[in-house]
Design a binder for this molecule. Structure first.
Ligand SMILES: N[C@@H](CCC(=O)N[C@@H](CS)C(=O)NCC(=O)O)C(=O)O
Length: 261
């Protein structure tokens, strides 16, 4: 039994001894970009070190799996004095915003109104539960008909999300953790859908998301993040894994209507 709440939360102690927090992430990863967004907002580039999974032997290496049995990134490895490893992009992001609340800029710890806080939470919940689970359809190993079904579902879920976006001016009204969560996911979807299926506009028929996008892409930290993610997603970088998963050859099969927007 855990001795206190903190150790109960830390399912996986770190096998690494670090003197500063380390975020394990990759430039193109839309989940990793979420805490990176928080790091840049808070000006923590010198406080939190960024490392790639490869530097720890990869996501499925014994060392990594000891820290996150899910074998997924991002994780935040806390200093040896603490010893915990925090998994899950949203939890890491909230931890950074909370722990470093007094630093840099960023969303208010709590948005001004009940309605804004409700929207912030709902957008993140819908994003993670229904949108992000379908993004893998662009690149994971799937039969072509399953791939197409997931892409159709993705379009549907983006449309549902649109119905809750306020775009006044940000997703929940004021700038919030909903913007931090949504922005990297849509940078990724826009880029990979253009490169694979020739999608012209994932926000077609989604006026609120389109309006929100016009605002969020003016944010300097969002611009930095977008540029990093897009540089990490050059055709030459993504082609090997699209080829290995069979996605690339399926997208060339014109029996399927891949261009959904
Ligand atoms: N729910 C997790 C999802 C993380 C996730 O799926 N990350 C991807 C990279 S974008 C990953 O590690 N994929 C490797 C795998 O699933 O094997 C989070 O929010 O952090």
């Amino acid at each position: 039994m855990a001795e206190d709440g903190a150790s109960a939360m830390a399912a996986a102690p770190s096998p690494l001894s670090v003197d500063k927090p380390v975020l394990i992430d990759a430039a193109m990863s839309y989940f990793s970009a979420r805490p990176r967004f928080a790091i840049y907002l808070k000006g923590l580039e010198n406080e939190i070190t960024l490392k790639t999974p490869a530097e720890l032997g990869g996501l499925k290496s014994p060392t990594y799996l000891k820290m996150n049995p899910q074998g997924k990134m991002p994780i935040l490895i806390l200093p040896a004095s603490d010893g915990r490893v925090i998994p899950e992009s949203e939890v890491i992001t909230q931890y950074i915003l909370d722990r470093y609340a007094a630093s840099g800029s960023g969303p208010a710890p709590a948005l001004s109104t009940v309605d804004e806080r409700l929207t912030e939470n709902l957008l993140k919940r819908l994003l993670d539960t229904y949108v992000c689970v379908n993004i893998g359809a662009f690149y994971t190993t799937l039969e072509a008909d399953q791939r197409l079904a997931k892409l159709v579902e993705l379009r549907k879920q983006v449309g549902i999300l649109d119905g809750y976006v306020k775009a006044a001016p940000y997703a929940a009204g004021e700038f919030s953790s909903a913007d931090i969560a949504m922005f990297p996911a849509f940078v990724f979807v826009k880029r990979i859908s253009a490169l694979t299926c020739g999608w012209e506009d994932v926000f077609k028929g989604c006026p609120n998301l389109a309006k929100w996008w016009a605002t969020i892409t003016q944010h300097p930290v969002a611009q930095k993040l977008q540029s990093e993610m897009e540089s990490g997603m050059s055709e030459s970088t993504i082609e090997p894994w699209l080829t290995a998963s069979g996605a690339l050859s399926q997208f060339k099969n014109t029996e399927f209507e891949w261009k959904l927007c």
